[in-house]
Design a binder for this molecule. Structure first.
Ligand code: HEM
Length: 398
């Protein structure tokens, strides 16, 4: 890090940041669109909070996922779980993404509409008999996890196990021992599942990837496990927050909620604005500078880690007018909630469809949805990557 030659103060990201990253980003951005930070675990990085700088960084070929020539130590957790497209640079990135691209095109995803609707209606039926519920645990989580499990061919009954493992892996506050335990459990789980699918292939994405691996040698065994891990984690850690934090944003902005109830045709635009506003992924995953570069007048040295704040960019007043306000009628296009550049979210069409069905279903089923606790008592998960609620207790009336 070259903070010493750049006369700016260093920001420490900790418990307060988890609860409210927005006011930290606003304060930092007002000073400069890029700031040296210390992560909760002690690592130093550059945090980009301005929209123009964030968009440029996400498309900058000098900012790579891995330093050229670096490989995870063989037989390590990282060798087994981390060799996926989101951690890869060209040309590996394209090879890995191409293998699954077709399964996530808007057309293929549209074919899932009846099944996603049926899963949603089933969850709403379960909620209907309960005057009060944690909407996150009973609706926002089971909907996307059931969909991605079915797509991949992962038994949905195991979801409580990998919900716990996955929460550990994206957390900034777990001990190394717990991290190792949960990551190892995740690896063993996928190895056993893949072995079972090799014996008995089914009509699912993991079986298709195994066939590709076993015939054309396009994926190594580690790449296969990493791909399964990425798709499962990315497929549910994010959409759950769009649905739960999105509903919270609507409950806290009753005029916008009424507007949506009065005009369900607004649902697509509402999902875009909620993506901009609630930022299920707070910061993109780390990049590192493959060569020295300058961002907003600050010198970044070769090897420095760079963190692009998507939620910072999405609330930049230079890009969005009244950025702290929720406005379902705004043209929210250009938001960075799904990232930008070669790592732009593969699952964006699926996430959009799930969220549209979820919000339309919830509002049609319940004429009144209210928070069951004061908003000030809601807690956010301890992660710099994900911005998501721990729970969302609500009262529901048909
Ligand atoms: C609201 C829901 C979602 C949000 C906000 C979201 C956000 C993102 C973002 C910001 C990135 C880029 C990260 C970076 O550049 O560091 C990304 C990548 C990715 N997402 Fe999503 N995502 C969502 C849902 C999904 C779903 C449902 C899937 C389904 C499998 C998925 C799969 C992926 C994959 C595979 C990548 C890596 C793409 C690449 O490296 O080329 N995401 N997502």
């Amino acid at each position: 890090m070259t903070a010493d030659v750049n006369p700016v103060s260093v920001e420490h990201l900790g418990a307060e940041y988890f609860q409210d990253p927005y006011s930290v980003h606003a304060r930092l951005r007002a000073e400069r669109p890029v700031t040296p930070v210390v992560m909760p675990g002690g690592m130093s990085a550059w945090l980009i909070t301005g929209y123009a700088e964030a968009r440029a960084a996400l498309a900058d070929p000098r900012l790579l996922k891995r330093m050229p020539g670096w490989h995870p130590p063989p037989d390590s957790i990282f060798a087994a779980l981390d060799v996926h497209m989101l951690n890869s640079d060209p040309p590996d990135h394209e090879r890995l993404r191409r293998l699954v691209n077709k399964a996530f095109t808007p057309r293929r995803v549209e074919g899932l509409r009846p099944r996603i609707t049926a899963i949603t209606e089933g969850l709403l039926d379960d909620l209907a008999g309960r005057p009060e519920a944690d909407l996150l645990a009973s609706f926002a989580f089971p909907l996307p996890i059931t969909v991605i499990c079915e797509l991949l061919g992962v038994p949905a009954d195991d979801r409580d196990d990998f919900r716990a493992w996955s929460a550990t892996i994206v957390s900034d506050t777990v001990t190394p021992a717990v991290f190792t335990e949960h990551a190892t459990a995740m690896i063993s789980y996928f190895l056993a599942l893949l072995a079972a699918k090799r014996r008995e292939p089914a009509d699912d994405l993991l079986s298709a990837l195994l066939a590709a691996r076993d015939s054309g040698d396009k994926l190594s065994e580690n790449e296969l496990v990493s791909m399964a891990f990425l798709l499962l984690v990315a497929g549910h850690e994010t959409t759950v927050n769009l649905i739960a934090s999105g509903l919270l944003a609507l409950l806290l902005n009753p005029a916008e909620l009424s507007r949506l109830r009065a005009d369900p045709a607004l649902t697509g635009a509402a999902v875009e604005e909620l993506l901009r506003y609630v930022n299920p992924v707070n910061n993109a995953t780390f990049r590192c500078a493959a060569e020295p570069l300058e961002i907003a007048g600050l010198r970044i040295s070769r090897g420095d880690p760079v963190l692009v704040s998507l939620s910072g960019a999405n609330r930049d007043p230079d890009r969005f007018s009244d950025p702290e306000g929720l406005n379902l009628g705004r043209d929210g296009s250009g938001h960075l909630a799904f990232g930008h550049g070669i790592h732009y979210c593969l699952g964006a069409p699926l996430a959009r469809l799930e969220a549209e069905i979820a919000f339309a279903g919830l509002l049609a089923r319940f004429g009144s949805i209210r928070l069951a606790v004061p908003a000030s008592s809601l807690r956010w998960r301890p992660s710099t990557l994900i911005h998501g609620l721990e729970a969302l207790p609500v009262r529901l009336t048909p």
